[in-house]
Ligand binder design. Structure first.
Ligand code: MN3
Length: 224
């Protein structure tokens, strides 16, 4: 992802639209990917087209360096680069061939941090339910190798200098309303069935290595 830059694309889902049935329905996945996620991609490209100095930056670089950009585009870039980053992470974090349980090093660390997978699920669901309005729940690993459950509002991305994301859950209503109506807790339960734990384990190992925390800060590329 780090090598990709403007023009950004709405990456295809790594499974068919109906691949997450019966847990997440086909229509929701179509609308979520083709309309909602596409909208963030289009908006971001539209902003960046007038700023050639920023067109070589990755999503992560755009997000972590936003305070050095012209004031009028800081919020739009945060919202839309965040929207692209968060949706890519969410879509890639699910699979049509779910293993249903954490695997690998992550499994051991989850047990150490939370006692058991079931206890982790309870804690993660509580965090997801406590997101007021729209946002995301995340399992992240911090610079010290500790697993943490956090939440972000709207399309905010967790601080990529402090945390490396392992999994995230989109709790905007568009992610579940067609099937689960206002029952966010049932959506969270269903989502647990389609988590891609193989990928989560790889993310965790990357985070644990610490290398991911370097290279996000730039010498000023944007010079007004
Ligand atoms: Mn969404």
């Amino acid at each position: 992802m780090m090598n990709e830059h403007y023009k950004f694309e709405n990456l295809p889902l790594p499974y068919p639209y109906d691949g997450l049935e019966p847990y997440i329905d086909t229509k929701t996945m179509e609308l979520h990917h083709n309309r909602h996620a596409q909208g963030y991609v289009d908006n971001l490209n539209n902003i960046l087209k007038d700023y050639p100095e920023l067109q070589g930056l990755s999503l992560e670089q755009l997000i972590t360096n936003v305070v050095s950009f012209p004031p009028e585009i800081q919020v739009p870039i945060l919202n839309n680069a965040g929207g692209v980053y968060n949706h890519r992470f969410y879509f890639a974090g699910m699979t049509d061939k779910p293993g249903e349980r954490p695997v690998g090093v992550l499994e051991s660390y989850l047990n150490m941090a939370f006692g058991s997978y079931e206890e982790f699920q309870k804690r993660f669901q509580a965090e997801a339910l406590s997101v007021f309005g729209s946002g995301y729940a995340w399992l992240v690993v911090d610079q010290f190798g500790m697993l943490r459950i956090i939440k972000t509002p709207n399309q905010e991305v967790p601080s990529l200098q402090r945390y490396y994301p392992v999994i995230n859950l989109d709790v905007w209503e568009h992610a579940y309303y067609l099937k689960h109506y206002n029952m966010r807790g049932e959506y969270v339960n269903d989502w647990f069935h389609v988590v891609n734990w193989e990928r989560a384990n790889l993310n965790f190992m990357t985070g644990l290595s610490g290398e991911c925390f370097y290279g996000l800060e730039l010498s000023p590329i944007y010079t007004p």
